[in-house]
Design a protein around this ligand. Sequence first.
Ligand code: NAD
Length: 353
Amino acid sequence: YDGRGFTYVARPGRVVFGTGTLAQLPAEVDALGASRALILSTPQQRGQAEAVAQLLGARAVGIFDGAAMHTPVEVTQTALAVLGDIKADVLVAIGGGSTTGLGKALALRTDLPQVVLPTTYAGSEMTPILGETEGGVKRTQSSDRVLPEVVIYDVALTLGLPVAMSVTSGLNAIAHAVEALYAQNANPVVDLMALEAIGAISAALPVIVREPGNGQARSQALYGAWLCGICLGAVGMALHHKLCHTLGGSFGLPHAETHTVILPHALAYNAPAIPGVMARLARVLGPDPARALFTLAAEGGVPTSLAALGMPGDGLDRATALALANPYWNPRALEAAPLRALLARAQAGAPPM
Ligand code: NAD
């Protein structure tokens, strides 16, 4: 602890963590005093939603499998109609950030309690943040109304997360923790969680790449993802998240993959302004933290260039201008030329510098 003053806000929420914890879902629903669950998933995870319905038995009154990336308001409206028809009194979301987002959007409008079963490392289940899209425009808000009441982390649900998604989702999680360390409202509790989480996920990912079904590594990764989610929900994010939101929102680049490409470069950009944070990161990532993050992605076999994600080469000037407009607070001043150079390196897949 460096002696600086701080404000720390703890958020409510019950977390059940382990392997096989899905079995506790019926008891958790009962404990909420609920008896009519609407289960949420993406179309791809319909099978897992059906397994949850079977486990819940008579407590399950419906499945809505229309969750989609960026929480489109039209999808939420459709789900709201289903909710009303079946008179659900609890939402059970199984999936990644997209499914959690739908549950949060429904909770915002109905105040129904939520039980979330995360299957990626995105961490949305730990935050009061909801991003929704309407007419192609994404709007983000923060409200305690969207915080899930119960989160059941079951490592078994993540064993089948494909390797590439595990790597990009894991680096997406690490990005929350990295930016938490240099947040304007950083605090010592969140620092502890951030460093622990970065250590756990960065150690787990290479094992998962070699052996996707390794329970110990999967457990470490999910544990780290939980902590990273708390970091994201507790303090402000900076340049890295601004760049990713710009690239996702204005160029349609995929969420976790974009985080993976940008993170080493955003950290390298900020490094001169945050020597203390770099020294702490070096303890968990090795002497060159930005390079270590780049290597985690490269050795994980996932794209390390924006070009590979479909970013048009002639979009870099516009991306720079957008990142400079309404910037988030950042430890190093944002300047057009070095920012443009950062994006050019990310576009080409060059190592961070
Ligand atoms: P996702 O939820 O969009 O999932 C991507 C795809 O992988 C989906 O088809 C999903 O069904 C599938 N999938 C998920 N888990 C799987 C598993 N275990 N096995 C096989 N397939 C699986 O991706 P994500 O990265 O988890 O979430 C991204 C979204 O979440 C973005 O829209 C992002 O903005 C949002 N998000 C929000 C917050 C927040 O705090 N509000 C935080 C992080 C992410």
